[in-house]
Ligand binder design. Structure first.
Ligand code: KIV
Length: 276
C-alpha cells in the first residue's frame, strides 16, 4: 500500500471555462481515461488536463465486448475512486448506456456523478432529440456536459461494429449538424471519435466549444486516449488511432508525460493514427 504523500506539480485546477480559454489560446487539451485512484493520481501528477471515467471501463476493466453492460452504479463507483486521486485535473464521467433515455433519468445520473461521485462534467453520446433535451436540462442545472459524436460506442449495434463514421458527404454533413446542435444545446466540450481528419477539422472550426479527438486526426483542440491503449495493456490488436507510449519508456509516469508532450507539441496523432 502506498500513501499519496508526494506532491503533484503546483498547478491551478483545470476548470470548465478554462477549457474554452485553452481553445481560444490555441493550447491543446490533454485528456486520458482513468478508472481508479492510483492511475488518476498518475494523470494528475503528469499534468493531464482532463481525466475521463469512460464507460470504456466495461471493455478494459470488466472484460466485456462493448460498453453496453456498464451501469450507473459502476460509473458512480469508479468516478468516486478517480476523484480521490485527483487534485487539479478536471474530472469528466460518462453517462452509461440508457441512463440518458429521458430527461429525468439523465438528471438523476448527472446528479449522482457530480454530486455524489465528484465529477465536474458528464459526457453523453449522440445528438438524438432526447440527448439534446438532456444536454439542455443538465446545462440549465449547472451540470456541465461533454458531447460525443462520430463513432459513439454505445451505438455499436446500429453501426454494425466499431466503424469510422462520417466518411460519405451526406454522413459528414449530418455529423457537422449534430455538432452544431450539441453546442447550441449547451455542451461545454465535445469528443469526436472515429471520423475523417477533414470532418473533425471542420467541426472544430464550426463550434465555439473545444473538441477533443480520438481517431479524429490532429486538428481537434485536444486529444484523448484510453489509458490501457496508451500503456499497451489492452488485450488483442491495438486500435490504429492509439499508440503504446510505454514502449521504450520505463514507467507509467514517463508514458503519460510523453503522451501529454506529444499532444501539446502537435506530434500526436500522426497520419498513421488518423483516417482520411
Ligand atoms: O469511454 C471512453 O473511454 C470514451 C473515450 C474513448 C472518449 O468515451
Amino acid at each position: 500500500m502506498y500513501v499519496q504523500t508526494a506532491s503533484a506539480p503546483d498547478r491551478k485546477p483545470v476548470t470548465v471555462p478554462g477549457l474554452r480559454a485553452m481553445k481560444a489560446a490555441g493550447q491543446r487539451i490533454v485528456m486520458l481515461t482513468a478508472y481508479d485512484a492510483s492511475f488518476a493520481w498518475q494523470l494528475d501528477n503528469a499534468g493531464v488536463d482532463v481525466a475521463l471515467v469512460g464507460d470504456s471501463l466495461g471493455m478494459v476493466v470488466q472484460g466485456h465486448a462493448s460498453t453496453l453492460p456498464v451501469t450507473l452504479e459502476h460509473m458512480v463507483y469508479h468516478t468516486a475512486a478517480v476523484a480521490r486521486g485527483l487534485r487539479s485535473t478536471l474530472l469528466v464521467a460518462d453517462l452509461p448506456f440508457m441512463s440518458d433515455r429521458d430527461v429525468p433519468h439523465a438528471l438523476e445520473a448527472g446528479a449522482r456523478l457530480v454530486g455524489e461521485a465528484g465529477a465536474a462534467m458528464v459526457k453523453i453520446e449522440g445528438a438524438a432529440p432526447h440527448v439534446l433535451d438532456a444536454i439542455e436540462a443538465l446545462a440549465a442545472r449547472a451540470i456541465p456536459v461533454c458531447g460525443h459524436l462520430g463513432l459513439t460506442p454505445q451505438s455499436v449495434h446500429k453501426f454494425g461494429g466499431f466503424r469510422i463514421q462520417g466518411r460519405e458527404q451526406e454522413a459528414a454533413e449530418r455529423v457537422l449538424a449534430e455538432a452544431r446542435a450539441v453546442a447550441a444545446a449547451g455542451a461545454d466540450l465535445l469528443v469526436l471519435e472515429g471520423m475523417p481528419v477533414a470532418l473533425a477539422e471542420r467541426i472544430t472550426q464550426a463550434v465555439a466549444i473545444p473538441t477533443v479527438g480520438i481517431g479524429a486526426g490532429p486538428h481537434c483542440d485536444g486529444q484523448v486516449l484510453v489509458l490501457h491503449d496508451l500503456l499497451g495493456v489492452t488485450p488483442g490488436k491495438r486500435p490504429k488511432f492509439s499508440k503504446d507510449f510505454l514502449q521504450g519508456r520505463d514507467s507509467v509516469a514517463a508514458a503519460i508525460t510523453a503522451f501529454a508532450e506529444a499532444v501539446r507539441g502537435g506530434q500526436f496523432p500522426g497520419p498513421e493514427h488518423s483516417f482520411l
